[in-house]
Design a protein. Structure first.
Length: 100
């Protein structure tokens, strides 16, 4: 593995060659006017690992153990099964906000 620096124009001119270098383990630092603006390297997770995570998330959503946010929001949370009375929630929020 080696670390290489390449400017944008050279990267565009020889993209295939540089991507082969990355495929063989090299790391490319892409520069624009002498400043590093991007880093190209092999992915850290292989597709098999990503598929396994997505499959697990899908099963959890189907069981109702996991709910996801909107498509543009990556947040997800687990259902805890904890139920609180509305008065307790209001009191906790008031205490948190300092409204006591």
């Amino acid at each position: 593995m080696s670390l290489k620096t390449v400017n944008i124009r050279a990267l565009k001119d020889k993209l295939s060659a540089y991507l082969r270098d990355v495929q063989h383990g090299d790391v490319l630092l892409v520069t624009d006017r002498g400043r590093v603006i991007a880093e190209l390297r092999q992915p850290t997770l292989n597709q098999h690992a990503l598929d396994a995570v997505q499959d697990r998330e899908q099963r959890m959503m189907e069981r109702g153990d996991l709910r996801t946010g909107l498509p543009n929001s990556p947040h997800a949370y687990r259902k805890t099964g904890v139920r609180l009375a509305e008065a307790d929630i209001d009191a906790a929020l008031a205490w948190t906000r300092g409204d006591r």
